[in-house]
Design a protein around this ligand. Structure first.
Ligand SMILES: [Zn+2]
Length: 471
C-alpha cells in the first residue's frame, strides 16, 4: 500500500434475510418493533427438548440466489447439513448456533473471490448495560458470505461492501447495511516480513470496516517495523474510540466442535430447485452486461463499467429509452453517463444514488446538447454543477440562471474568430503551410474567448473561410 508495506484482507459478511418468520419456528422477525422477548418460543429460545421446524424455504431460496448472484457454484445433489457451532455467550442459551455447510462455493464478485455462502441463524442480543438478553432476534435467518483474502486496501474493502449492498438492494429480500455485521481478517507484509493474520469481529457498518482496516494496517505495520511479532488473535472494534482491542486468541474450527444437528434434515438442492430460484431471480450483473452489449451494441468495456454500479446501469437504460433507442442516442448516453457522470461522481466520492440525480436530468442534458442549446463543454460543466447541488436544479434551470446557451450569432462568432487569428500568427502560418491540426488549436482559442459557448460547427466554417482568404 505504501511501497514497502502491503496488506491482505478477507471479509465475512452477515446479512439478515427478509422473511416473515424465523428459520426454525413461526415467530415473526420484526424484532426491532416489539418489546424485548415477545417474538419468542421454546425453539428460538433454545429450550431443552424443543424441536425445530424444517428450515424456512424462502431463506434457503434467497441464500441460493445470493450465491448465484455472486457467481458461485451451487452445491448440488449433496446433503447440506445444519451444523451446531458451539460457543458460550449469554445470547445463546443452547450453547450452539445452527449454521449450514456451504450452499455455494468458488464465486467471484468484482475482483474478489467468494470462498463460500451459507445460511445460519442469528443469535439473540445481549445488552450488558441493561442486564438484559433479548431473544427477539434469535433464529432470524442470516446469510454469511466469506471472501478470499483478495482485498488489498481499506478503500477496496469499502468499495466491495458498497457494491455488495447495492447487489443486495437489487436482489431484494435482504435487510442490507442496517443489519450487516462483518468480521474482517487482515495481515500485513512489511518489507517482505509477513505478519500473522488478525481477526476483528462484529463491525456493523461499511465505514467501521474501513476504519478498522486503516487502524490495523498502521498498528500491524508499526509492530513489524520495530521487529516485533503480530499476534494471531481476535480483536474487537471500539467504535467510539475508533480503535481495536485484543479480545481473545483466535478460535480454531476445533474450538467450535461442529457437529451435524440431529434434529434437522439436511437440505438437498437439485437442478429443479435451482431453476425455480432462477425464475425469480433478477438479471445478474453479468447477464445485464451481455444484454447491454447485444441490445445496444455498446463496447464490452463500457457495459462492464455501467453494470458495476447498478443504479448507473438503470439510468443508462432509462435515458436511452427516453431519448429513443438508436446508435446516436446510445453513444451519447455512454459518453455522458459512463464517462462524464462517472468522472464527476468519482471526483465527489459519491455514488449515483447519493447524488440525488434523476435519469430525467441526464435525458434533459443530452437533449440540450443535441438541440444545440448548449455546447459539449458547457454540458460537462453542468454535470459538475448538478452533482455539486445534489440534483436540486435541472440542467435547463442551470443554463438559464448562468446564461450558458450556445452562441450562434454570426457577428459574435466572426469577431471571436478574427481575434483568435490575429493573436495566433504561428498557428495561422502552420495551417497555411498545410498543418490541418493547427485549426483545432485556433478553434480552442475561439472556445476560450467565448467561454465554451461558441457553436463548434459554425466556428470551423468561419475559421476556414477566413484562413482560405489569407492564402
Ligand atoms: Zn420462535
Amino acid at each position: 500500500m505504501d511501497g514497502e508495506t502491503t496488506m491482505k484482507c478477507g471479509l465475512e459478511i452477515h446479512v439478515q434475510v427478509e422473511t416473515r418468520s424465523k428459520l426454525f419456528c413461526r415467530c415473526p422477525t420484526n424484532y426491532n418493533e416489539v418489546p424485548p422477548n415477545t417474538n419468542v418460543c421454546p425453539v428460538c429460545m433454545g429450550l431443552p427438548g424443543a424441536r425445530p421446524m424444517p428450515p424456512n424455504k424462502k431463506a434457503i431460496d434467497i441464500a441460493i440466489m445470493v450465491a448465484k448472484m455472486l457467481n458461485c457454484e451451487i452445491v448440488l445433489d449433496k446433503d447440506i447439513y445444519f451444523q451446531r457451532k458451539h460457543y458460550d455467550y449469554p445470547d445463546l442459551p443452547s450453547g450452539y448456533q445452527r449454521t449450514t455447510v456451504p450452499i455455494g462455493v468458488n464465486g467471484r464478485f468484482l475482483n474478489v473471490g467468494i470462498a463460500e455462502v451459507h445460511l445460519e441463524e442469528d443469535p439473540g442480543q445481549y445488552k450488558p448495560d441493561l442486564g438484559l438478553v433479548d431473544f427477539n432476534r434469535s433464529g432470524i435467518p442470516l446469510i454469511e458470505i466469506v471472501t478470499e483474502p483478495d482485498i488489498r486496501s481499506p478503500e477496496e474493502a469499502r468499495e466491495f461492501l458498497k457494491q455488495l449492498m447495492r447487489l443486495f438492494r437489487y436482489i431484494g429480500h435482504l435487510r442490507g447495511e442496517g443489519t450487516m455485521r462483518a468480521d474482517v481478517n487482515i495481515s500485513v507484509n512489511y518489507r517482505g516480513i509477513q505478519g500473522n493474520r488478525v481477526e476483528v469481529k462484529n463491525i456493523n457498518s461499511i465505514k467501521g470496516v474501513y476504519k478498522v482496516l486503516k487502524y490495523e494496517f498502521i498498528r500491524q505495520k508499526n509492530i513489524l517495523k520495530r521487529g516485533g511479532e503480530v499476534k494471531r488473535e481476535t480483536r474487537a472494534f471500539m467504535e467510539s474510540q475508533m480503535i481495536t482491542r485484543a479480545m481473545r486468541t483466535k478460535e480454531t474450527a476445533e474450538d467450535y466442535r461442529y457437529i451435524p444437528d440431529p434434529d434437522i434434515q439436511p437440505i438437498v438442492i437439485d437442478e429443479r430447485w435451482i431453476k425455480e430460484v432462477e425464475s425469480q431471480m433478477p438479471e445478474t450483473p453479468l447477464e445485464k452486461e451481455k444484454r447491454f452489449i447485444r441490445e445496444y451494441g455498446i463496447k464490452e468495456e463500457d457495459a462492464k463499467v455501467l453494470v458495476s454500479d447498478l443504479a448507473l446501469a438503470e439510468v443508462f437504460e432509462k435515458v436511452v429509452r427516453d431519448l429513443g433507442v438508436n446508435e446516436k442516442h446510445v453513444n451519447l448516453a455512454v459518453t455522458w453517463i459512463r464517462n462524464e457522470l462517472k468522472r464527476v461522481l468519482a471526483y465527489n466520492k459519491i455514488d449515483f444514488l447519493e447524488s440525488n440525480l434523476k435519469p430525467e436530468h441526464l435525458t434533459e442534458l443530452i437533449r440540450l446538447i443535441t438541440d444545440n442549446i448548449i455546447s459539449q463543454k458547457i454540458g460537462k460543466k453542468i454535470i459538475e454543477i448538478m452533482v455539486e447541488h445534489r440534483g436540486k436544479k435541472s440542467p435547463r434551470e442551470i443554463v438559464e440562471e448562468m446564461g450558458l446557451t450556445v452562441i450562434t450569432e454570426d457577428d459574435v462568432l466572426v469577431k471571436a474568430c478574427e481575434e483568435a487569428i490575429k493573436n495566433n500568427p504561428k498557428a495561422v502560418k502552420d495551417y497555411l503551410d498545410g498543418n490541418k491540426v493547427a485549426l483545432h488549436f485556433l478553434m480552442g482559442q475561439v472556445m476560450k474567448l467565448t467561454k465554451g459557448r461558441a457553436e463548434p460547427k459554425k466556428v470551423v466554417k468561419i475559421l476556414k473561410e477566413k484562413l482560405d482568404t489569407m492564402v
